[in-house]
Design a protein around this ligand. Structure first.
Ligand SMILES: Cc1ncc(C[n+]2csc(CCOP(=O)(O)OP(=O)(O)O)c2C)c(N)n1
Ligand SMILES: [Mg+2]
Length: 304
């Protein structure tokens, strides 16, 4: 067997298969969700996430609270998806690269009707599809992650596939700031710009905290926007808890034809629960019953 049989030329990989897909007319992109709709979804995401993590005595609640608003705006109307047909070929692909924050996405998928909300109660239980890091065995999940640094390389491949399919679906990858320490991301960033993958949008959840300390102390990212621009990306920055602004930036990509889009979302780790906000220990801690009750009560406040 020759090397070329083992490794067929890249141009042949998948191209025939993609051309044979029978694709129904793509759904029109939904208008940005009304702020009230996604705000209510974010509140539900936070409530479910707290209950799931507390029941399973699991970690990463602050990581999930950090992205609740981004996830709610995406699933509240930006992503073109059909819960009744989670594998529809025309669907937008959303990849959670910070797979440790999966409870936020499981909650949004359940609220959107991809699977019964009752499944959430078995998060992290034996034989439950809802594993502690995001799993593609769950309806609506595109890719299993947890080892950081894999979601963007996969998303780049999907964006190439999107172009070859001739259909207008897009790829959104949500990364964490500490995850940008992984070299695989910088290779993928370079590749995406070189290949002008403008169907690809990344969101970086820039909460300034990693597992054991600040991003600045662990491995400084700044100047992040300038680095991404130097790699050939168009960069926008946003308050990652402002639903109207998020909807504008997330639904509006590509911002420049022929260039991939990077949204730096400034967030607060633990957002919505005062005693978890910006506290590094809530990367690993799980709320006890009294802390859960206090946290759920806080979510009822108007700004939460
Ligand atoms: C390759 C790899 N190394 C280490 C870990 C362990 N780990 C889990 S989360 C995390 C970092 C958390 O910080 P950040 O990436 O900023 O995510 P956040 O919790 O703030 O969302 C680490 C190092 C991992 N999941 N994958
Ligand atoms: Mg972080």
């Amino acid at each position: 067997m020759t090397l070329s049989t083992l490794n067929p030329p890249h141009a042949d990989l998948g191209a025939g298969r993609l051309q044979r897909i029978e694709t129904p007319a793509p759904q029109p992109r939904a208008t940005p969700p009304a702020a009230t709709g996604s705000v209510e979804l974010a509140r539900a995401v936070r409530r479910h996430a707290l209950q799931m993590v507390a029941r399973a005595k699991a970690s990463h609640i602050a990581s999930a609270l950090s992205i609740a608003d981004i996830v709610a705006v995406l699933y509240g109307g930006v992503l073109r998806l059909d819960p009744a047909a989670p594998r529809a070929p025309w669907r937008d692909r959303f990849i959670l690269s910070k797979g440790h924050a999966c409870v936020a996405v499981y909650a949004a998928l359940a609220e959107r009707g991809f699977f019964p909300v009752e499944w959430l109660a078995r998060y992290g239980a034996d034989h439950s599809p809802l594993m502690n890091h995001i799993s593609h065995h769950v309806p609506g999940v595109e890719f299993s992650t947890g080892a950081l640094g894999h979601g963007l390389p996969f998303g780049v491949g999907k964006a190439l596939a999107a172009r070859r399919s001739g259909q207008p679906w897009r790829v959104h990858v949500l990364l964490s700031d500490g995850e940008m320490d992984e070299g695989s991301n910088w290779e993928a960033l370079m590749f995406a710009a070189h290949h002008r993958l403008d169907r690809l949008q990344i969101v970086i959840d820039y909460n300034k905290l990693q597992s054991l300390g600040t991003v600045a102390q662990t491995l400084a990212l700044e100047p992040l926007a300038a680095k991404l621009e130097a790699f050939g990306w168009t960069v926008h920055e946003v308050d990652g808890h402002d639903h109207a602004a998020l909807a504008r930036h997330l639904a509006g990509a590509p911002w420049v034809a022929g260039r991939p889009s990077a949204l730096i979302a400034h967030t607060v780790k633990g957002r919505g629960v005062s005693f978890m906000e910006n506290r590094v220990e809530w990367h690993y801690r799980s709320p006890d019953p009294a802390q859960l009750a206090a946290a759920l009560a806080e979510l009822e406040r108007p700004h939460a």
